[in-house]
Structures are given as structure tokens and as C-alpha cells.
Design a protein around this ligand. Structure first.
Ligand code: V47
Length: 380
């Protein structure tokens, strides 16, 4: 049967899985409200009227990188005056500030430095974990893990085990870009392959770690590449169940080697959000990362499939180098106001989706988030 919006709607209502062709039909549609309404149906089935956020800080330990991905405005060459490497006091100062503000998570990602040994990256996790054990360390993309495998001569499993032993809590979703070789080979052919990216996450899930996944869209990618990307993630999630959240990342062209490409429009942002929610039927959460979408589109995305708006995000560098004009950080009051104005109920979560209860900077993680639990709490 040909995929039409009507038979896709019937499938979504029946809870049936959408095919690759259905995904292409959604991409071909200009009926933004219908896409949003279908995605919202799935979103509310999974997460009710709740929208999640967390209190976090980013640390980018170095911007020096052996790779030259076309989209990246953050990286620096080894001898570039812009290049930096954070030392132990700087790392601990940043972690201490986050801790004092009541952050529950540090998001740690950076470049693949030509000379730093694997021990630097392990020690970094251990320094923070020893000083602030209650901070969850969501650190190192699959691309960084692959680099550590290369420089340490250990296996993926051994690298992950050493990091977990030092205090690693989970893996962020970066480095996925676009899996399809027609695009990946063009924009970042040198770094971790699609198979490697998926295998790092598979291995992490086998070790009991959770992770996220991303997709960088709005450059040379086309509909079939994006749907292919989502289907590959869905297949791995069927196998392991270890992904928590999918984050579509809108390309920011400034200062990159693809700066002739315009930023994706708000219509594209909302379409990709909705289609991601519809195709990734086995992902519990879809995140509207406000830093890259802009606050206004992120707020609207809460009606287009997204149930999570990320965090307070202090010190973000990767998007701001690439021209993001959203602020470097947001306050909890502002995030809660955006969520409430969108008609949703704000819930603070920790990285592993436990409800957080706090008074000021002091906080405790409560039960794992689930609709019955949240509904029971709301009912008092
Ligand atoms: O992998 C780099 C992307 C990613 C640009 O797991 C760019 O919770 C747009 O993965 N324009 C890193 N995107 C960020 C990331 C992330 C962000 C928020 C939350 C989580 C999570 C993960 O940023 C990179 C790359 O795909 N990126 N340069 C750019 N010019």
C-alpha cells in the first residue's frame, strides 16, 4: 500500500511501526500541523503532558582536534593560537562552580588532541568524580571513544570499562552526524564510521550504560539520508534498549567549511522533530535542544514531539563558535516558564531520568520517571 498521511495516521493511532517509505512520505508532506499532531499523539502517549529539563554545565576540555569535519567551527589545529587544553585546576574549578550551582550533570565532550594520552581523559573523569561524586558525568562521544581505542590499543569494551571505573556515568549522543555514506563520507569521512559509532553504543549498552543519539541535519543531507539514520538507530535500540533520548541537531554554518549553506528554517526544525518522534517509536525521549534550536523554536517543539528541553547549559562552545545566537545559559526559572507557557508541566530530571527534588542547590534523585508515577504525584 502506498504511504499516505491518512494510512500513516491510522498506523500511528494503532501503535504500528512506520516503514522507511512512511518516513519518506512524512518528509514529502508540507502539512506541518498534521505532522505535529501525529507526533504529539505519540509524545503524549509516552510522556503525557510533562516536559523534562535538567541542571547541567558543559565542559569542552580541548578544542584541538586531529579531524577536520566540514561542519565544525569549534576545532583548532595543534599550533593554532585558538587551541587550548584545560588542566586539572581549570577542570576542577568548572566542576566546582557547577556543583555549587546545584548542577546534577556535567556534559563533557571535546576535540581529539594529537598528543594527549588516554590517561588524560581517564584522569579528567576521575578528578571530577573523586571531588564531586554526586555529579553525573555524561562524557565522550562514540567518536572520542574510538580515538581512545586507537591511542590506547585497548578494545572498545576495555576503554569503556576504564572510564566507568574512573566515574563515567553515561555517553552523550554526539558524533552521529548522518550515517548514510553519501553524506558521512563527504562531511566527516575520516572519523569514526557509522558501524563504529553504532558499535560503541552497542558495547556501552551491553555494559549497562545508557546513552543518547543525535542527527546533524540541514546541510547536504536529503530526506532519504535522515530517514535511513533514524531507521538505523531504531534497529540498534530494538537490539539493546540502551538509548534514552534522541536529539536532532540543526546545522549552524558560521565559521565552518560549509558556511555557504543557510541555517535550516523553523519549518524544517519542526518537521525533523516530528518525524523523529514518529520514526523512533522505541526511544523514550526526544529532546529539543534549545541552545541549537533557539528558545522560541524549542518551546514550539514541545508540541511537535519533543518532551525534553535539555538543561541550563552553562559554557556551551560548539554551537556558539558556529553562530548560535541563543544565550550561553538559561536559568531554571526561565526554562520552567517556557515549559509552562507551552501548556506542559515542567519536571526536573537527572541524566538517567529520575525525578529530582531540590531546595536551592541541594537536590536528591527520586524514583525513575514513568507516567503512572508522575500522574500519581500530580494527583497528590
Ligand atoms: O557531534 C558540531 C554537532 C555535536 C556543529 O547527548 C554541530 O544529551 C550544528 O552531541 N552546527 C555535539 N551542530 C553536541 C551533542 C549534544 C548536544 C546536546 C545534548 C547532547 C546529549 C548531545 O554537535 C557534534 C555535532 O553533531 N555540531 N558542529 C555545527 N556547526
Amino acid at each position: 500500500m502506498a504511504s499516505t498521511l491518512q494510512n500513516i495516521r491510522d498506523k500511528v493511532i494503532a501503535g504500528e511501526r512506520l516503514t522507511f517509505e512512511d518516513g519518506l512520505a512524512l518528509e514529502a508532506s508540507n502539512d506541518l500541523f498534521e505532522l505535529g499532531s501525529l507526533a504529539n499523539l505519540v509524545r503524549e502517549r509516552k510522556n503525557g503532558n510533562y516536559a523534562y529539563y535538567n541542571v547541567n554545565t558543559h565542559i569542552n576540555p580541548t578544542n584541538v582536534c586531529v579531524y577536520t569535519c566540514d561542519f565544525c567551527a569549534f576545532r583548532a589545529d595543534l599550533n593554532d593560537p585558538r587551541g587550548y587544553v584545560m588542566d586539572k585546576p581549570q577542570i576542577l574549578e568548572r566542576a566546582g562552580q557547577a556543583h555549587a550551582r546545584g548542577a546534577t550533570e556535567l556534559h563533557i565532550v571535546g576535540g581529539l588532541h594529537h598528543k594527549l594520552p588516554f590517561d588524560y581523559y581517564v584522569d579528567l573523569v576521575r578528578w571530577i568524580h573523586d571531588a564531586y561524586p554526586e555529579l553525573h558525568l555524561k562524557a565522550y562521544t562514540a567518536v572520542e571513544i574510538e580515538w581512545f581505542v586507537k591511542i590506547s590499543k585497548l578494545s572498545t569494551r576495555q576503554v569503556l570499562e576504564r572510564l566507568v571505573d574512573a566515574g563515567l556515568g553515561s555517553l552523550p549522543g554526539g558524533g552521529a552526524e548522518i550515517f548514510h555514506p553519501e553524506v558521512r563520507d563527504e562531511i566527516c569521512g575520516a572519523k569514526a564510521s557509522t558501524a563504529t559509532w553504532l558499535d560503541v553504543h552497542r558495547t556501552a549498552h551491553q555494559l549497562g550504560l545508557h546513552s543518547n543519539a543525535t542527527m546533524l541535519y540541514g546541510h547536504i543531507d536529503r530526506a532519504k539520508h535522515r530517514i535511513d539514520h533514524l531507521v538505523r538507530l531504531r534497529e540498534l535500540q530494538d537490539e539493546t534498549g540502551g538509548f534514552q533520548t534522541f536529539i536532532p541537531l540543526a546545522f549552524h554554518p558560521d565559521n565552518s567549511r560549509m558556511d555557504e549553506i543557510p541555517k535550516p528554517s523553523a519549518v524544517m526544525d519542526l518537521k525533523v522533530m516530528a518525524i523523529s518522534r514518529l520514526m523512533l517509536d522505541n526511544f523514550p525521549h526526544i529532546k529539543a535542544y534549545w541552545v541549537m534550536l533557539g528558545i522560541k523554536t524549542a518551546q514550539i517543539a514541545l508540541a511537535f514531539g519533543a518532551d525534553d528541553i535539555d538543561g541550563t547549559v552553562v559554557h556551551e562552545k560548539i554551537y556558539h563558535e558556529a553562530g548560535s545566537d541563543s544565550p550561553q545559559e538559561s536559568t531554571v526559572d526561565e526554562i520552567r516558564r517556557l515549559i509552562t507557557e507551552a501548556g506542559r508541566i515542567p519536571i526536573e530530571r537527572d541524566t538517567l531520568y529520575h525525578r529530582v527534588e531540590r531546595s536551592g542547590p541541594r537536590w536528591t534523585s527520586k524514583e525513575a520517571i514513568s507516567l503512572p508515577v508522575l500522574n500519581a504525584l500530580a494527583a497528590g
